[in-house]
Design a protein around this ligand. Sequence first.
Ligand code: KIV
Ligand code: ZN
Length: 434
Amino acid sequence: KYQRGYFMPPLTSFKWAQQEYVTTPPTWCSVDLRDGNQALVVPMSLEEKLEFFQLLVKVGFKEIEVGFPAASETEYTFLRTLIEQDLIPEDVSIQVLTQSREHIIEKTFKALEGAKRAVVHLYNSTSVAQREQVFKMTKEEIIEIAVSGAQLLKQYAAKTEGNFRFEYSPESFTGTEMEFALEICNKVLDVFEPTPENKVIINLPATVSMSMPHVYASQIEYMSDHFKYRDNVILSLHPHNDRGTAVADAELGLLAGGQRIEGTLFGNGERTGNVDIVTLALNMFSHGVDPGLNFENMLDITAGYEKLTGMKVHERQPYGGKLVFAAFSGSHQDAITKGMKYREERDCNNWTVPYLLIDPQDIGREYEGDVIRINSQSGKGGIAFLLEQHYAFDLPAKMREDFGYKVKNVSDQLHKELMPVEIKDIFVKEYVNI
Ligand code: KIV
Ligand code: ZN
């Protein structure tokens, strides 16, 4: 009952497992305005999409999927507004999604009129489940959909002046037999005839993630090893998060030959979401690799995201959550304060402070307020640290234990976190106003 009906036997190639971490950042493509937007309870308005686009540009995305212009009036108008008001920076390429139907492709190219650069992204579904249940088509018929769509893209692009590149996605790739996925991608590549100057993106989505990350990575490695025109193909990954492993899928997929990632800020997207690019990029940063995206001002990014999507960034969301650097417990506070002191006393290039994966300041978070936080679980070291940070007051070592208990008792009785000013007030009440 619980076993998936269409189980794809895992491949057993593990070349990717020889590497420790991703050393080269991929090309990042934000699909917030398409995959992310289509999953919102209330999709973004034109104004909200325009503001979100600016946010993505600020973060540093050079490829942004702006929508499915043939699918709705808002999507169409949004694209026209970007082009007509010249809102797309010179170094940014927009991307649009289309199905393989002539009237849709025609409308897509109409929406693109005047665009200087764009990726036109063609997809059709290839999985066993979709072929059998939804389309009731043979493999040959599914190939024909992809090939005829690719031919139309080529014809329409030839009639325009813009610099258009192509992308193809075998949607539901993870539910597709690998040999068939390879065959259909190679047939599409035969139509596009990629060259070094005009590379084609083949995007392999975990439309629904169905396997553990090492299986997805092995599938990526298999495809990467067998594509025709491999040097002229950009292998893109598009993991969704159904099994909660989209980040792991992406990381292993990059080790396995992926060169590009499609994902969203904080993992918004269909069902459990798309891969969270913030986490992926900052995981790279934590390994000393510059991801090429700018998260220096994380609080502004989370605020913009929450305002425009109506979604919340969870307090424990890696890197973006309000509480992800917070240490309430005494032993953690002690280790962090000692680690910080150790750094101060030495010329440390690497970040080695216990319990903190990265320096919170690198993404605009503060030690005061974001790291050492005081409640009934806290320790004397953390309490002394806050008095020093906020009031330049060096609590004498002999008083620390006694004062620590007093503060923790107050927090326990009030059943709440204490702010630095409250800690100072307790100090004054206990030791000054006697
Ligand atoms: O998840 C998916 O398969 C998609 C495709 C349209 C690329 O979003
Ligand atoms: Zn998707």
